[in-house]
Design a binder for this molecule. Structure first.
Ligand SMILES: Cc1cc2nc3c(=O)[nH]c(=O)nc-3n(C[C@H](O)[C@H](O)[C@H](O)COP(=O)(O)O)c2cc1C
Length: 206
């Protein structure tokens, strides 16, 4: 029996669907690489009412992530809507459950990237990506942005940054991902997939 393919975990939170759409384009970029798969997972909302209110399986979209999804990934693409220039609490809440992985150095030398969606063009995309980068560095991951060889970075008038893929969803969250944004999501997925394959040997020596 052949060994299972390595995978990039595309892990995100999304309330109105914009970040979820980006996640699907990033997953397409991962899978276009060959020899590696994308595993789409989301995290549930958190509530000030501290009772378990979410069903075990979401009504739509990707299923909820488990720590094992993160433990066994070859690379990570982390997505969140921007919340006051920061990542959304549900994603931070999930990351705060990863102490055991940190103690054991499980994610050291694995490549990671981040992506986000905002309602406004200057609403804090880059600061959000920086907040998402911080816990990844603490885990010893190798953070990858987008290089300017991705020409859309020079011509986009909407989303897309060297810190990672972004999308401007508009005030009503109804603006679709445009061609520049889509290509940059795809490029980000492809880049993480290539890095995951290249760094695989390094991970095995951890
Ligand atoms: C509490 C809260 C804070 C937000 N803060 C920002 C912000 O700082 N800048 C911005 O442009 N949009 C902000 N937004 C809008 C979301 O980032 C935007 O609608 C995003 O596209 C939603 O992604 P989703 O469809 O994946 O949930 C905020 C939304 C909420 C609910």
């Amino acid at each position: 029996m052949s060994a299972p393919l390595p995978y990039v975990l595309v892990l995100y939170y999304s309330r109105s669907g914009a970040t979820a759409s980006m996640a699907r384009y990033i997953a397409e970029g991962v899978e276009s690489t060959g020899g590696i798969q994308a595993r789409l997972r989301c995290v549930p909302s958190v509530s000030t009412t501290c009772e378990a209110v979410e069903p075990d399986i979401p009504e739509e979209g990707a299923i909820y992530a488990e720590l094992d999804d993160l433990r066994h990934c070859a690379g990570l693409a982390l997505g969140s809507p921007t919340r006051f220039g920061n990542m959304a609490a549900p994603l931070k809440y999930f990351l705060d459950t990863t102490t055991n992985l940190w103690i054991n150095g499980t994610l050291i030398n694995k490549p990671a990237c981040a992506f986000t969606s905002t309602s406004s063009l200057h609403g804090g995309q880059e600061s959000t990506l920086l907040t998402m980068l911080v816990p990844l560095l603490h885990h010893g991951m190798v953070y990858a942005g987008l290089p300017y060889s991705e020409v859309e970075l020079l011509s986009t008038t909407t989303g897309g940054t060297p810190y990672g893929a972004t999308h401007v969803a508009g005030a009503r969250s109804d603006r679709q991902i445009d061609e520049h944004e889509r290509r940059l999501c795809h490029a980000q997925g492809k880049r993480i997939a290539k890095l995951a394959l290249a760094l695989n040997t390094l991970q095995e020596t951890n």
